[in-house]
Design a protein around this ligand. Structure first.
Ligand code: NAD
Length: 290
């Protein structure tokens, strides 16, 4: 069994990005600048945003963290987005999800300029990706594509089963993996909450990608011998033996599934760090697009 070590691979890619940023600095070019908008104080969102900002610093990007209280109005948040759209110094920005319930996530997403949409969530980038045109690809699915590519995992002709149909992970994952390019060329099945006999679909998968948000739902009996397992889930599970009172668990029961898998991502340290480097790759691209 091979551990698909996203943490270590992300370090390698960060070194590569750092080399590029050093060259840009030497040539007195534009240093990539990522801004992140964090609304409220959801603990998991704070961790994700902190990791993104820290990663920017590690590779020599500029970063700005824009914090707003959970009570911010829709209009005020739209103003923040417009300001970032218009700021020539900011190459790309993200609005960390989820937003508090009174805010309209779709309306905020639609307000983000596609040229600065380094999360790859806006209709223009999703549409361009679907047509196979140059685009800012959604960070998590693209991070998984990079992971598959760098670990030399063949996807062509393979049966891929994706669990979860979110706009930010499951759905774009199916598009990227079914495209006529490498990695890609896979036969993809998208499963979701209404899928009948999920386990039977899972057992057909050469590559199983779980993005559901239910801790350890995928168990060994649902996995084909030798399958490649990509676990996107990040779930907090109560654990009084831990100082912080919880542990992080994926959507896959790692301990039982690893015995059957030919390769598997851990949680944490698998897909999460790849999402961050993917975001940074998009930001570098945005800074060079002008
Ligand atoms: P989401 O919460 O928006 O949607 C969950 C999806 O799972 C839905 O499409 C639903 O149809 C499906 N689903 C729910 N119950 C199901 C069931 N019993 N059987 C089959 N399908 C079912 O999903 P999301 O935002 O893509 O997040 C999924 C998980 O991935 C979460 O744990 C999230 O924290 C994690 N995540 C991780 C990263 C990362 O960088 N590693 C990035 C984004 C999300």
């Amino acid at each position: 069994m091979q551990l698909l070590d996203g943490k270590s691979l992300s370090q390698t890619i960060k070194e590569e990005l750092k080399t590029e940023v050093d060259a840009i600095r030497q040539a007195a070019g534009k240093i990539p600048h990522l801004a992140a908008v964090l609304v409220g104080d959801d603990p998991a969102s704070q961790v994700y945003v902190r990791n993104k900002v820290r990663s920017c610093e590690e590779v020599g990007f500029r970063s700005s963290l824009i914090r707003r209280p959970a009570t911010i109005s829709q209009e005020e948040l739209l103003e923040v987005v417009e300001t970032l759209n218009d700021d020539p110094d900011v190459d790309g920005f993200i609005v960390q999800l989820p937003l508090p319930a009174h805010l309209d996530e779709d309306a905020i997403n639609l307000a983000i300029s596609p040229q600065k949409d380094v999360d790859g969530f806006t209709p223009v980038n999703i549409g361009r990706m679907t047509l196979g045109l140059e685009a800012y690809l959604p960070a998590t699915p693209n991070g998984i594509m990079v992971l598959l590519e760098r670990y030399g995992i063949e996807t062509s002709g393979k049966e891929v089963v994706v669990l979860g149909r979110s706009n930010i992970v499951g759905t774009p994952m199916t598009i990227l993996l079914s495209r006529k390019r490498q990695p890609g060329n896979a036969t993809v099945t998208l499963c979701h909450s209404r899928t009948r006999d999920l386990a039977a679909h899972c057992r057909r998968a050469d590559i199983l990608i779980a993005a559901i948000g239910i801790p350890e739902m995928v168990t060994a009996d649902m996995v084909k011998e030798g399958a490649v397992i990509i676990d996107v889930g990040i779930n907090r599970v109560d654990d009084s033996s831990r100082k912080r009172g919880y542990r992080l668990a994926g959507d896959v029961d790692f301990e039982s599934v690893k015995a059957k898998a030919s390769a598997i991502t851990p949680v944490p340290g698998g897909v999460g760090p790849m999402t961050i480097v993917s975001l940074m790759m998009n930001t570098l691209k945005a800074s060079q697009a002008k």
